[in-house]
Design a protein. Structure first.
Length: 271
């Protein structure tokens, strides 16, 4: 009986299991893609594009993207504050706001107000959107510098007290706050904004783009095609930037919940 228990798994059986799982996944993916394409085609084949892309469509898209951008930013700031409160032992400046943080908030409010007031004016809105991105990442760099001391002090405290659960949380939050993914997100955002600004400020690029749109949507007039394309560009920017951000927020939330669950069942120690 002891020999049976200690016997290593059958290598052939492990290979068969892997082969079966890989083949099953491949079949499911192929069937799912084919069925998904068929369902998508059947659902959209009777939709007339001229019904969807009307002169009022640009206004609707622009407004939806702007509202989504605002609430995503507000809720995201609250999420980040709660996350860092969970991770750090202390905050700098005895928990009081430094003067530069008040200045940063004032600049943010100003940029948000300009963004709202410039709605409907492509050139002004583009300039405000570019400025908002610059202020957003400038404040991120400032926050990095502000909380660096808190992170290091918290790491020393947790290590000395052998609080490995809290240390794991701190490491996750540090990777979230200082991760390279934010720089990649910045580069993608800048690339989209270059197209946005080129459309807003370069008449040759705008005319060429509108010409393509009119070929695809001949029922639109040039005056309708310009805001339509611009609103879609803005929606693309908001979708990419905020989805990227919330994907990482969901990722760290799930990891923290998993860590909390395991900590309730086991005593966590480093390897």
């Amino acid at each position: 009986m002891d020999n049976v228990i200690e016997r290593s798994p059958d290598p052939q059986g492990a290979r068969d299991k892997t082969r079966f799982a890989q083949f099953t996944r491949s079949i499911i993916k192929v069937v799912a893609v084919i069925f998904g394409l068929l369902v998508g085609y059947l659902q959209i084949r009777d939709i007339r594009p001229d019904v969807l892309l009307t002169p009022s469509t640009a206004d609707v898209i622009w407004r939806i993207a702007l509202v989504a951008y605002y609430w995503s930013w507000v809720s995201g700031v609250n999420f980040d504050i709660n996350l860092q409160e969970l991770a750090y032992v202390t905050f700098p400046n005895h928990g009081r706001w430094p003067t530069r943080l008040y200045v940063t908030l004032a600049v943010f409010v100003l940029m948000a107000a300009i963004l709202l007031m410039s709605f409907g004016h492509i050139a002004a809105f583009s300039a405000a959107l570019t400025g908002f991105l610059i202020v957003d990442y400038a404040s991120w760099l400032y926050v990095r510098q502000l909380v660096r001391g808190s992170i290091e002090a918290s790491r020393v405290h947790y290590s000395n007290e052998k609080k490995f659960y809290e240390l794991a949380i701190l490491n996750m939050v540090e990777r979230y706050v200082f991760g390279w993914w934010k720089l990649w997100r910045l580069m993608v955002g800048v690339a989209i904004l270059i197209v946005v600004d080129a459309f807003a400020f370069n008449s040759a690029f705008r005319e060429a783009t509108v010409g393509v749109i009119l070929m695809l949507c001949p029922w639109l007039s040039p005056s309708d095609a310009i805001p339509l394309f611009y609103s879609m560009l803005f929606l693309l920017y908001v979708s990419v930037m905020e989805f990227w951000l919330w994907m990482h927020r969901v990722h760290i939330y799930v990891r923290l919940e998993t860590l909390d669950y395991l900590n309730g069942l086991y005593h966590l120690t480093p390897r």
